[in-house]
Design a protein around this ligand. Sequence first.
Ligand code: ATP
Length: 210
Amino acid sequence: MLQTDQLKFAYTGGDTFSFPDISCERGAHWLLLGQSGSGKTTFLHLLGGLLSPKSGAIRLEGTDMAQLSGPALDRFRGRHIGIIFQKAHFVNALTVGENLALAQELAGVPVDNGRIAKLLDRLNVGQKIHRKPDRLSVGEQQRVAIARALVNSPELILADEPTSALDDENCEQVLHLLTEQAASVKATLLIVTHDGRLKDKIPNQIRLDS
Ligand SMILES: Nc1ncnc2c1ncn2[C@@H]1O[C@H](COP(=O)(O)OP(=O)(O)OP(=O)(O)O)[C@@H](O)[C@H]1O
């Protein structure tokens, strides 16, 4: 269960935000919608523990992340949250498989090569396990990014604009992958988007107004 309470954030010398309280049941799928500049990515980064709120609480399965910082927050994020960024970031000196192993090491969990191989297979990129990420197509990189977000069986999966650059067929496919894979680890899925095509597909919606 993911819950926020009176969450406020301010960029240094810049915009300030008061976010609506949200409450998402474990395993539910949500869209986070809003105009450009309304603070969607900022909200996602707060929920993912990449930014710290000025005030308020973010509870994930009972832990208030706003009270964590430094290595404790990094470990918590690694174990409980999978983040899929708009543009995938990998360590290009490492192979696909090693990038997933790194995600386990950074979260302080034992590397499970069997799980890594199985997950990549499930996402149809199993044969790319020994490739360097920059030698993959954009679609393959996106699948590897989804696999990496899932590798530690997170309770929460956050995806930032995963479909906005895709044509209709690939949009459909990525949405299907995300919802199916989130369901496979019973994770709560929250997708930030301004992609109108998703609006009818996921009924739970949070709207930010600037
Ligand atoms: N690092 C930063 N420092 C200062 N201001 C920032 C920073 N990042 C974002 N902002 C400002 O905060 C506001 C919200 O940005 P954010 O990226 O959260 O919006 P968004 O709703 O995700 O937009 P889009 O749909 O265009 O991606 C914008 O006005 C932006 O200029």
